[in-house]
Every structure is written in C-alpha cells, then in structure tokens.
Design a protein around this ligand. Structure first.
Ligand SMILES: [Zn+2]
Length: 463
C-alpha cells in the first residue's frame, strides 16, 4: 500500500484536532535557542516518537560560530509604585526579550523606556524580540500598555541566568532499506508563537510518528533544533551524515489559513523541488513556488555552498509577510486544525512521491501491448478520475529506463499516485520491470524536464 493511500485512511478532522492540541500543549513553554524550555519541548516530542537528545557544551566551536551560553528564565516583571505587576512574564513569555541578561533595579521611566519594545501600528499586540549574541535586556509589551506608563520610578526584575551549559537538540532517525536519507528539519526555539515554530514542530512530529515502523525505501532523519545555531551545530557535527541527504524539507509556518509556498533548494531543480511542485499543482489549495534566496529558515544552512544539500522550505504564509509574524497574534487561533492536517497530507504526498519515484522498462516496447487481453483496458473504478487507462499508456510509452515516474507524471499532467498505481499494475501483469537505481541515469532526459509548470516564481491556482 502506498504511503498516501494509508495516510488517507486516517480521519483528517481527528488528525487536525490532535495536531492543534499538541501545539496547544507546547504553546505555554518559554523556549529559546538553549535552556530548559527547549528541553521540555523535546521531552514532549519524545513522548510521541523515538527522539535522541543531544547536548552540546557552550563554547563548542561550530564552523564560524560558537555554541552560546545557556539561557534560562524563571520570572520577570515591571512593577509600578504600588507594587502591581504592570508587565508580567508569567502572563505572556513574549514580554521578555529572549536571552535578556538578569536585571534587578528600580529606575525612572525615561531610563526604562530605552529597554521597551512595542508595535505602535498594532497597539494590542506584543512583539517578539531576541538578543542572542549581544548581551542586553528588554521588555516587549503592547503599545497600549506602554502608553499607560507614567513618568515615575518602576521596579524592574528579570530573573534569568546566562551561564555555561548546553545547546540541546533532538534527532529522530528512522532506518529504511537505503542508507540515503530524507531530512526533515524544524526549529523549536521560539517561545509562545504558534505558526512560526509550533506548526512545523507538530507536523514534523506527526510525520515521524506516521513513518515509524514502516517499510521505507529511504532512511529518515527528523531534526528538532534551535534555528540557525542548531542547524549549524548539527551540520558541524554531522559532515558525513549530511553527505547522505538525498532530499530534505524545512517545515515552518504551516498552520495558518494561507495557501502553500514552497521555496526551492539552492539547486533549484532537485528531485525534492520537482516533487513538491508536482504535489502542490495537484492539491486543491492555492500555492506558489519561490526561488531560493539566502534568507529564511534553516534551508540557508543546509543550502550553504559547502553543503548545497537538496533541501527546500515548505510554508503556508511566508515568514515576515503576515502581520502576525513575530507577535503575540501568532497564537493558537492563528493556526487551524484543518490547515495543519492539510500540511501534514502535503508532506505525506511528497514523501509518497520520493519513496515511489523509480524508473521502469517496458518489456513489450514494440507497438502498444494489447491491454484488453490482460484486463487492463476496462475502467477499474477507484480514485483515478478516469485517468487510469491514460496513465497506463503514459507509463508504457515513457518507460524506457530513462524516465522516472515523476517525469511521467509531470509530462502527462496526471497526479503521481495514479501514475504510480499504473506502474504497479503493469508490473503485476508482466509488462513492466523496475530498473535498479544503479542502472538509472543520474539525470532525467532533457525532454522530460519540461514540466507542467514553468520554473521560477509562479502562482498556481489549485485544481
Ligand atoms: Zn521566527
């Protein structure tokens, strides 16, 4: 049974609710690039999948970077003259600039103000700010809250610590028949932010759980890491492993109500780029393909020139383009069960393509084989939308050992699962035989790279 067929036997509404509930369970934790918040988060991921936890000491050199000191926070507030907490970390962990150094002081408003951050255009939202690599402290609050502060003295407390410790990340490895790997990476370092952070975390966890214990062609490696420094640390410690990555996806911002965006790998025409493009063309939701650029999430590190791994980034709304991005409005209402489940299905569809994308040889290539005699010309019913027979003809025609099933799906405009099913039936009937990976050409024929869509930035209406 194909991955996707099995996936579709699950109830999408139930899956969506479970994904959203997992995000809700993780939401209150104050995460950062190091510290107990990311440890607690990884422990909760580890309750669902087999997760190996790595602790890398502060000060460890990782390429051009150094693993920073570990940050932890217990409490923080700004108290007014009457002792009331006017800004309270315990109500919202975004209130403290992430990685703030400890502070205990009473200071006049004019001095405090230089450490306050708001969004004047969105007076009820709290911004999310970090200061990982420059020692500083600060508070984030709604603009309305700041306007209520007067020219008085305020008691300021940030009960944090910044000390030698560790950078923590989690890794889930699922062995397949081949040592070649598919890498799925998500960041787990943002505090109470739902789309940017938790949506990717939840979908990656559920995807790993779905794949666990399955008979897989590829081996899979799921990384739950702090953004940037986590990916750099993993790459620095796994040069050999990185060389086995054949396909990869960074998952982020995939729970909101926007259509899909896929940012291609630096290579631009890797199999993962073509697989995601194909799947998105055949989903009912709108989607857009973006060319690679060296800004974004951890695809920046995987696609750095020393590695140049075939890793793209799957999103719904693109980071930085939606007003809720990096604010308290990126909350549990901003992500939706149906969208989380839809994103998980797109991931399963992409992996279904990668797992089943092989080359075949037509064993009766002289003229068209007589399908009717083999009961292959009647309508089989099922989910192919009447495309089963055309799919068989396409697979027979192009299976000369050079074209992959993805090449055939793109060339015919027929969705990959229908093409893949056709190949399976033709194999059963003795008309088709798989070509071993060693015998297949490294690149598809130039003719086949003509795809349903053109390359570059394009908008695809769902169909
Ligand atoms: Zn972010």
């Amino acid at each position: 049974m194909s991955l996707l067929t099995d996936f579709d036997q699950r109830n999408a509404a139930t899956l969506g609710r479970e994904l959203h509930q997992f995000a809700a369970d993780l939401f209150p934790i104050c995460r950062s690039i190091t510290g107990d918040g990311i440890r607690r988060t990884l422990a909760m991921v580890g309750d669902r999948i087999a997760l190996q936890i790595h602790e890398v000491p502060s000060g460890t050199p990782v390429f051009d970077w150094t693993v920073p000191r570990e940050w932890n926070i217990r409490d923080a507030y700004i108290k007014g003259p009457d002792g009331e907490r006017l800004v309270d970390f315990k109500k919202c962990n975004l209130h403290v600039v992430n990685y703030s150094t400890p502070v205990r002081s009473t200071m006049p408003f004019r001095e405090l103000k230089t450490h306050l951050f708001t969004i004047p255009d969105r007076p009820d939202w709290i911004p999310y700010r970090t200061s990982y690599y420059k020692e500083d402290w600060g508070f984030c609050l709604s603009h309305r809250q700041m306007l209520a502060l007067k020219d008085l003295d305020y008691e300021v407390c940030i009960d944090s610590s910044l000390e030698n410790g560790h950078l923590t990340y989690g890794e889930c490895y699922l062995p397949g028949h081949s040592a070649d790997e598919i890498l799925i990476s998500c960041h787990a370092c943002h505090p109470s932010l739902a789309n940017d952070n938790l949506s990717g975390l939840a979908v990656a966890t559920f995807l790993a759980r779905f794949l666990s214990g399955r008979d897989l062609r590829y081996s899979y490696r799921f990384l739950f890491i702090p953004g940037t420094i986590g990916a750099i640390t993993w790459l620095a410690r796994n040069h050999q492993t990185a060389a086995r990555v054949r396909h990869g996806l960074v998952l982020t911002c995939i729970g909101d109500s926007g259509g899909f965006h896929y940012k291609k790998s630096r290579r631009g025409n890797a199999e993962i780029d073509r697989a995601v493009g194909h799947v998105l063309r055949h989903t009912s939701e709108p989607s857009e393909i973006l060319d690679f650029s060296p800004s974004g999430y951890d695809e920046r590190q995987y696609c750095s020139p020393g590695f140049n791994l075939p890793v793209g980034c799957l999103m719904r709304s693109v980071w930085g383009t939606f007003p809720e991005y990096h604010t308290s409005a990126d909350n549990l209402e901003f992500i939706r069960p149906a969208q989380l489940a839809g994103s998980l299905r797109v991931c399963a569809s992409v992996l279904d393509v990668l797992e089943n994308n092989r080359r075949y040889r037509n064993l009766a290539p002289y003229g068209e084989p007589q399908l009717g005699r083999r009961n292959l010309y009647g309508s089989p019913g099922g989910g192919g939308n009447g495309l089963e027979i055309p799919a068989r003809l396409w697979v027979l025609n192009l299976s000369d050992g050079a074209y992959s099933l993805l090449d055939i799906a793109e060339r015919s405009g027929i969705a990959f699962p229908v093409i893949s099913d056709a190949a399976a039936i033709l194999c059963q009937s003795g008309l088709l035989s798989p070509v071993s990976d060693e015998d297949a050409p490294a690149n598809p024929p130039a003719e086949a790279s003509r795809s349903e869509g053109s390359s570059g930035r394009q908008t695809i209406a769902g169909r």
